[in-house]
Design a protein around this ligand. Sequence first.
Ligand SMILES: [Zn+2]
Length: 639
Amino acid sequence: MVREAFAESDSLTDVRSVLEERARQTGLAGAFARGLQELVSCVDSPLAEADTAVEAETRAVEASRRIVRPVLEAKLQARLDQLDRDSRGKTRCCGCAKLCQSKGRPGRGWESLLGALGLKRRYSYCDDCEKGRFGAQEALGLTDSGFTPRLEEVCTMIAATVPYGMTVRIIGSLCGVQLSTKGIEQMVERRGEAVSMLDDAEARACNPYDETGLPVQQARPEDAVEPSAAPDVAYVEIDGVIPITREELGDEDLTDADRQRLAQAMQDKARGGKGRRFRIVGREVKNAVLYDGKDCVRESAERGSILDKTHVSCLGSWLPFALLLWTAMVRLRFDQSRLLVVLSDGADWIRSLAEWLPIPVVLILDLYHVKHRIREVAYAVWGESSQSGREWARVQCGRVEEGRADDVLQALQFIHPDRDHAREKVDRLVTCLENNRDRMDYPDYRARGLRISSSGVESANFHVTGARLKLQGMRWSADGAARMAALRADLLNLRWERRTRQILAARAQVRKERCLCWQHDARRFRTWRSRAHRHGAPLPSVEKLSRRPRQGQRPRQGHSQRPRQGQGQRPRQGQGQRPRQGQGQRPRQGQGPRQGHSQRPRQGHSQRPGWMVGLRRCIADLCWTHHDRPGPAHEARSP
Ligand SMILES: [Zn+2]
């Protein structure tokens, strides 16, 4: 085309007219011509007198986006066309798995890194379920959010680094895309949820214990390192950090003045002030840093550095964190290391966690934490400028380093401060020393060349959590902080791009399963119908079956959650006909939140013959209209 354009012309003006003609074409050729037109106009516009390299480069970058954008659009369109052609007449409904009807190919826009893209794709609609889907769009990984996955990837990456408002400005300046703060927030929300979901699924798969708390055969993530990469000495440093989060006040917590102020603000549509409806609470983000002993290097006598670290970060109680940590450990094959060292400040939950780990570990109390506590006692008892206090602290620190913690405890018996503050400090030091006696054999650790400082996780507390969650004046919602903690760990582990692909793959998998599940149901229904005919059983009336379920009788939400057929026929002692409800609520040890069948109360008619129960359910499901259904199938487990 280029050759043609130049062959037919002697000047740039002629080239332009040839391209203009070509640009009217659809498809890649047209897009190419449109791109070239942009290039020509870029060539045509000379730099102004006052323009510097800044303007020149800015304009060139903008032009490059305009030049390539039509090509990207045409390529995606070509792919959508192909997918639509291939699936013509084959798209099945997500609800009933029946073939859907094509309702044409409407167009819509997506914001991308190169600018807006307008694409057409087939809309397939199921009349029975009153529900439609865009098969080709789904297959391409384009969501309904209106942003391409790559744009979301970049935006969330920046949003995990700087505040949302700043993200909007950076994206606008670097990528030329104008977004809103809300849009960025929603992107982070979507990604954070997907990441947490994936992490949770992986952690459950790698859980070293089963539901009864017994050890199971260890599963390993797919991307685990090679067996030969198992470290000789592996380190895990654990600590917690507390970002400020907010908790919404209930109506009963508000004072009359608060209520008046809120009503007034509502009436005035005032900006700001809404934060006052919240109570400020600190929630602990638990951090861990994992590294191979080989990756510790000395820069100087006082300073060392860790070349390669893996971060785990989680807001919540220690068990979900322990599961995440264990997943990271088996990924790095730390469970196969000769020696596993856990360094911490001696907090209770870390000790519980170390005991929970299914392999033996060497727990070491961070030496600098102990020294810090000793100095705190000295300052509290004798005052900061006191020479005797400093001397006392020096002697006790020396004793700790020599592994003589008992001597320190003895020395503490002679200290009886008058002030509460000092007494508290003394008590804290005594508890710390008593609880960690067996984790303070520093001469031995030093002789074995082990690390005795948890400075890695202290730095992670700032770099992973503090730098985004603990900035001045920040008040996170609990969910927002939890999501950001997960995203920050991803960011520092350099897993961002890989995660995007993982999320897309997981979404595709859920869609596939959803369809398979409904196909499965349809098959069950057909089996039942043929059985009913064979045995001459009367077909229950559709009206009867399709009525809404009674309270506590939710229709099933996908077969994986459904109790097995026939299970309900077993006579249960003391239960009679009563639908079992409490059974599923039993807390599970060592498990994250479950969305399995345990949450679903049993249906009332569980004493009927199994196939009849299944049939009724199938019919009922097939007959409910979209509006009657309590929600899209599988809502409970799809991300
Ligand atoms: Zn349908």
